[in-house]
Design a protein around this ligand. Structure first.
Ligand SMILES: [Zn+2]
Length: 383
């Protein structure tokens, strides 16, 4: 059972990040783990984060919906969590996957404001509507998770809907995210070179954080500041350009990934390159046979997305989303092509890569739960 729970926590780990291009909602981990009414279980449980992430995936109709979690420092030693759960949260903190703060204050709302993300919370913050007008002006921007039949469901604080709604990055957010920041504290997991400084880090886990994946600084008196260390951040130059692409399989977006001018991304059945997008888990036998281990390489060159086929069997381009066979442009092995607005690369029928906004869901939704490995005991819902 312990082993099973570890597997669930590993799955949840793949859904927490502070990358502004990938996070889809903001939440306060200390609040979420105490939603005892969702499952009637222990006072605090990290599995509830998984349940909320699954609920987001159902609402947004995508398989993988990463959340930006703000974490009160006290949570790292919270006696209501199991020692295993505490260890996992510390690891996330060391790797910069979550943002640990001595005093979170309204940081959750600040992140939502800077990044234009929806907020998942039961806490009403109407008193901050002066600073964050979208709290009351934008229906669906803040949603409360409440117990539902198959896990938590959402109710919008304003408007009464149930789907979290994204906003625009605030002007301050757009400005902050145009620069690369550096924290003077050594080993800063958020604004340093990597997550090497923590007590639980070892060589295998040190991940170089790409400048394009840096979280938004906090503003203190208008000065970009490290939210973790409370010190002024240094400006390390322009942030590299980034573009988000998504893999759609069987009509559903399964995963988004980020392309930068420094880092190309390989997509295939099981690419060996680090940072590659592994499709194997979603493919049927025929697609597995057709799609190469490394099938296409995506690059960002001077602001344009360039796709290169590196497969045995080749790919095709669907120009501006057209599904007509006559419009399909073959992409032979070793051929490259610029991916225009609305274009998709098709690795195999029904397996496509494109910009997420241009890949609408087209299939009945059957998400892969991060909780798939959860023991039934932990998942039991109140009657
Ligand atoms: Zn720092």
């Amino acid at each position: 059972m312990r082993f099973e729970i570890s597997k669930v926590l590993d799955a949840i780990e793949g859904r927490v990040c502070t990358d502004p291009s990938l996070a889809r909602a903001v939440l306060d981990l200390a609040e979420v783990i105490r939603y005892q009414d969702i499952d009637g279980g222990r006072p605090a449980s990290l599995l509830r984060l998984g349940m909320v992430i699954d609920a987001l995936a159902r609402e947004l109709e995508e398989d993988s919906v990463p959340v930006y979690a703000v974490v009160h420092r006290a949570l790292l030693s919270d006696a209501d969590l199991t020692s295993n759960e505490r260890m996992v949260v510390r690891r996330w903190a060391d790797d910069g996957l979550v943002e640990v703060l001595d005093n979170p204050g309204d940081r959750m709302l600040e992140v939502a404001d800077l990044l234009g993300l929806p907020v998942v919370t039961r806490v009403r913050s109407d008193g901050l509507r002066g600073r964050y007008p979208w709290l009351v002006d934008q229906p669906g921007r803040v949603v409360a998770p409440v117990p539902g039949a198959g896990g938590p469901v959402f109710i919008a604080h304003v408007g009464g809907g149930h789907t979290p709604v994204e906003g625009e990055r605030s002007p301050a957010g757009a400005k902050l995210l145009s620069r690369h920041w550096r924290c003077p504290e050594s080993g800063c997991a958020l604004f340093g070179g990597g997550g090497g400084g923590g007590a639980f880090a070892d060589l295998a886990r040190v991940v170089e954080r790409s400048p394009a994946a840096q979280p938004p600084p906090t503003l203190r008196g208008g000065v970009p500041t490290c939210p973790r260390h409370g010190v002024r951040l240094g400006d390390a130059g322009p942030r590299p350009r980034a573009e988000v692409l998504a893999v759609r399989i069987g009509g559903l977006i399964r995963r988004r990934f980020v392309l930068t001018e420094e880092q190309s991304v390989m997509i295939g059945r099981a690419p060996e390159q680090s940072g590659g997008v592994v499709l194997g888990q979603w493919l049927n036998d025929e697609a597995r046979r057709w799609i190469s281990r490394s099938h296409v390489r995506c690059e960002l060159r001077v602001g344009e997305v360039v796709v290169t086929d590196v497969s045995t069997n080749g790919s095709g381009i669907r120009p501006a989303g057209s599904m007509a066979e006559a419009d399909r442009i073959p992409l032979a092995p070793q051929q490259s092509r610029v991916l225009g607005e609305g274009d998709m690369v098709e690795l195999y029928p029904g397996v496509q890569i494109g910009r997420p906004g241009e890949l609408p869901a087209g299939a009945p939704y059957t998400p892969a739960s991060v909780m798939a490995e959860a023991p039934t005991m932990a998942m039991r819902l109140p009657r």
